[in-house]
Design a binder for this molecule. Structure first.
Ligand SMILES: [Zn+2]
Length: 213
């Protein structure tokens, strides 16, 4: 255990040395500030590291992660990250990235009591309810699990678009796109689900916000 812990600090020293070897100004440049073009909302799963799988260096991706990449509209943590990313950093893309084999989605599919997390998983179960006809019709459990991962991402992209933060940005004609992706842990490839939005036209009318007269 101690060996693993000490190795982390040694790895850090080695990483600093290699970065400085590539570019002596690497850290000086990053210290000046950040202007990432992308906010990533991903799963906390240790196998889905945003920068590594997209080949992006430090400074390019603002990251928020939680269990099963959820956009819960009363989650102050998520809203604070989103507000800062959109209104201060002025990101141009927000990507919700789920992944096949997601433990959170799998737990939400089952009826087992896990603990406190059951209350978080409720949000994912609510997604199942919205897509119950389609999901219940998939006989193969693995296929149903994969599709549940996908529709969960699609609903989180819509939930993003429903936030006041995203809708205000669109009202102000800001170039901002939201996207939904699924990462495949088995082969490392990302699937673009094609649920892109750059305005609120895809939202049901009762979710659309308009300026007060
Ligand atoms: Zn996950």
């Amino acid at each position: 255990m101690e060996k693993f812990y000490n190795q982390l600090l040694q790895n850090n020293k080695d990483w600093v040395a290699s970065k400085l070897n590539e570019d002596p100004e690497f850290f000086n440049k990053l210290a000046k500030g950040q202007k990432p073009p992308l906010l990533w909302i991903g799963c906390a799963d240790s196998r889905v590291p945003a920068n590594e799988i997209t080949g992006t260096p430090p400074g390019e991706v603002f990251v928020h992660r939680n269990i099963a990449n959820m956009v819960v509209h009363t989650d102050m943590n998520m809203l604070s990250v989103l507000d800062y990313a959109v209104n201060v950093l002025e990101v141009r893309h927000v990507i919700v990235c789920g992944h096949y084999g997601c433990g959170g989605v799998q737990a939400a599919m089952s009826n087992k009591r896990v603990g406190l997390i059951d209350n978080w998983l409720r949000h994912i179960k609510d997604v199942y309810r919205l897509h119950a006809d389609e999901l219940d019709s998939i006989e193969d459990e693995h296929d149903r699990f994969n599709r549940f991962v996908e529709v969960n991402v699609i609903e989180q992209v819509l939930d993003l678009a429903k936030t006041s933060i995203i809708q205000n940005a669109w009202d102000n004609k800001r170039p901002l796109m939201v996207h939904g992706w699924v990462y495949d842990i088995k082969n490392g490839l990302i699937k673009d689900l094609g649920v892109n939005a750059a305005d609120s036209t895809q939202l049901d009318h009762y979710y659309r916000l308009e300026a007060m007269q």
